[in-house]
Ligand binder design. Sequence first.
Ligand SMILES: Cc1cc2nc3c(=O)[nH]c(=O)nc-3n(C[C@H](O)[C@H](O)[C@H](O)COP(=O)(O)OP(=O)(O)OC[C@H]3O[C@@H](n4cnc5c(N)ncnc54)[C@H](O)[C@@H]3O)c2cc1C
Length: 303
Amino acid sequence: MLRVCCDAGAAVVPQGGNTGLVGGSVPLHGEVLLALRRFGTLDPVDARAGQVTAQAGVTIARLHDHARAAGWDYGVDLSARDSATVGGTIATNAGGIYVMRYGATRRQVLGIEAVLSDGRVVRHLDGLEKDNTGYDLAGLLCGSEGTLAVITAARLRLVPRLTHVVVALLAFDDVEGALDAVGALRRAVDSLRAVELFFQDGLDLVCDRLRLPRPFNRPHHAFVLVEAAAGSPPTTVLRASSGATAKDTRKRSTNLAHHTSSTSPSRVSSSPRSSKKCATRSLTARRTRRCGCSAMRPTATST
Ligand SMILES: Cc1cc2nc3c(=O)[nH]c(=O)nc-3n(C[C@H](O)[C@H](O)[C@H](O)COP(=O)(O)OP(=O)(O)OC[C@H]3O[C@@H](n4cnc5c(N)ncnc54)[C@H](O)[C@@H]3O)c2cc1C
């Protein structure tokens, strides 16, 4: 099809889940729309290598389910997961909520198969991590947004599935305090998996729309939602580090509180659309306590 379009001089727009927020997958000037959703083959997980080969149309949610069923996980997650595809997330080099821990999509792609605009197929799906020969074709196509080739499949790195998850919500009177705390947590909590900043107006919106009580007894300027995940409970270290952060923060007259949640970590995301869900998760947490170090409840999740 690409060869025919090329010969005819017709522009092509590849489309995955059509969740990109900047309209890159939407034809505006009569281009041919190439939908990849039917490229849905997902190979068995290679448990020795911790890798899997997925066709471009596989959704991120399906990829997660597939990896988790084999005791692995995929390091990129975002709230568009039910529609966003492997091809689309590679084409946009999507980051997602775990980017701090695992890096963006480029770090997960070990091999790629793609079709050039003249119809030639390039394929390098071996997934040998030490392979340093030649050009980094996969890296080049990551973030190329359909301008260089149509991605049809990828060899993806998996990460160990972490079953012990702890979530804390921290409140600050200024953004500087929030950023200092994130730096301190990054140094101290090696199980840190996600960090998300949001503001009082976002919290108000969620609380008002869902008729939920405020998690803190007075307004704050900034909130940081923190998630730590490990193979064994990371509760103690997160509690200790949050306590230390609380002390530092109190020195600057900033109020800190945190609490834990028992709900699925897969609902967290850094996107605007899903901040509502994040805050909702925080708001439905079992405990809320002001200042210092409240008891943290570790959760073994089935996600
Ligand atoms: C609710 C929500 C949350 C999000 N959260 C994040 C986030 O946390 N972090 C982040 O980085 N991004 C986030 N995004 C944006 C995210 O990067 C994109 O939604 C996603 O990566 C696009 O995947 P898709 O399959 O929907 O691609 P599409 O939207 O269909 O396409 C996106 C671009 O990739 C091209 N493309 C698609 N498939 C292919 C292919 N097979 N080969 C070549 N080019 C292709 C398209 O032409 C287009 O330019 C979010 C989006 C939403 C809606």
